[in-house]
Design a protein around this ligand. Sequence first.
Ligand SMILES: Nc1ncnc2c1ncn2[C@@H]1O[C@H](COP(=O)(O)OP(=O)(O)OP(=O)(O)O)[C@@H](O)[C@H]1O
Length: 572
Amino acid sequence: MKLILHYIRPYVSKMSFGLMIKFIGTIMDLLLPWILAHIIDNVIPLKDTHLILYWGLAMLLASVTAVVFNIVANRMASAVARDSTETLRHDLFEKIAYLSANQIDKYGVSTLVSRLTTDTYNVNTTIGRMQRIGIRAPILLLGGILVTLKLDPVLTLVLLAAMPFIVITVYFISKIGIPQFSQLQTEVDHLIQIVRENITGARVIKALSKEQYENRRFEATNEKVVVAETKANLTMAINSPLMNLILNISLTLVILVSAYRVNAGMTQPGVIIAFMSYFTIILNAMLSITRIFVIMSRGIASADRIEIILNEEEDLQLMKLDMIETEQHIEFEHVSFAYYHQKNTLNDIHFSVKEGETLGIIGPTGSGKTTIIKLLMRLYDVEQGTIRIKGQNIKSIPKDELYAMFGVAFQKDFLKTDSIQGNIDFGRGLNLNRIHQSTGFAQADEFIDSLDDGLQHAVHAKGSNLSGGQKQRLIVSRALAGSPDILILDDSSSALDYQTDAKLRQAIHQNFKLTTKIIIAQRISSIQHADHIMVLENGRIQGFGNHQTLLASNEHYRHINQSQMGGGIHAE
Ligand SMILES: Nc1ncnc2c1ncn2[C@@H]1O[C@H](COP(=O)(O)OP(=O)(O)OP(=O)(O)O)[C@@H](O)[C@H]1O
């Protein structure tokens, strides 16, 4: 609720104006039965046609004002809901964009997507509806009671006897309903996760003929959403019949008492007709108020889920740490790391690389190669040991500065729905020369030139209209285009043929002399010319040296070399 209040605060004046219009419209609605009673009991007996016409016109004016003012107020309410949710969605998106890799792992992508979409939509509905019926219903209720008190206090007291029962019912129903709506949102998260996996993995699913299996998996989760929704809606559905029951009992009592009072000459028939109209107004107002609680239950559950993300503290804080004098560009000092306090993924990683040098990393899958890069970029914080860039602990380098040092091509990196140029530039405003140069270095020119629209060729989501090798070359072009201090190629040439891979390495060697390069590869040929080669196994450094020294001293490396290159020391 605090979150909702926070986001509507900037619109208080607009909202107040809208609520004032709504107030006037509602008062007009309230006036109508009173005018009718006045016409029946006081004006008609006078048999003055002009006076009857005059009061009839007053009724028409009141009803037109009520309709027009209500429409205007509703439109203003929708505008406030739209604008405040826009800001909320913006803030949430920004927050999600700045979450650390650790925090994204903690929540999972699906729940973040559903918080950004369905939850913000629920908040929007709550803000809109609260203004539309949140003011109208209480005014109709209170105003109705005040007018009926004036018309006939005894009958009003009979009506008011129902109030405590209504309050108790609403309290218990919303107490049960809010957690049920939270549960429903969690099930929606799971559903989104399965849809995402299905769409992302469509090709694998088809290749393995697993459509039926996936359909069953989806159905099972869909069923859970239905069960959760049914449960929450059932709780809320008890609300209206229960209210109707309470109100109908009190209506019966009101009719009985009014029949007695008219017979005894204690009240007039016009008053009873007006009272019945007010009774309907009060009844509808009470039902609307209970509906507000249903909407609020859902809105609060969603607002809470959004608030948890917005309140997430920055977990990779900038620290003030001393610099050391060093000749090295990148240094890992006895670094050990575990994801979420599980078993260590990396153990005692200790190495250094000078500016302009190339480090090759080779090792079996899952040995921790990519994790070294993630730690160097501070996507996760190390628990033991220190990582330095030019003598500065990376924990003391502002994030923007740190990220700006890198040009990275990750294993299955991201391509967005944009042109080839847009994907390489990635919002950095690079000049066209720079982009042409980088596509040349990355050996992407040949395929880009073969396209009719060249750099303007549209790339579909995740690069689905490009081959594996074409995607890799675009991703490498993007990494090179920013002339980075540190270039990281994580298995980024695996889809290239040997010749193209060799040309790419040659281009990088010749044109990025001052850039420190880290190349992760499965192929010895991709790293054999590196200044240093790290052999990684089970998160430990198994060997460190150049190609020749490792061939001479490291059995594991020799074995890989033999299996890939047939044993000799190959030079290209
Ligand atoms: N976000 C994560 N959460 C938990 N565990 C992770 C995460 N990322 C990687 N791991 C685990 O850490 C280990 C090392 O992963 P890493 O990606 O560094 O290996 P790799 O050597 O680069 O493998 P590959 O050659 O297959 O890319 C693996 O066992 C992996 O399951």
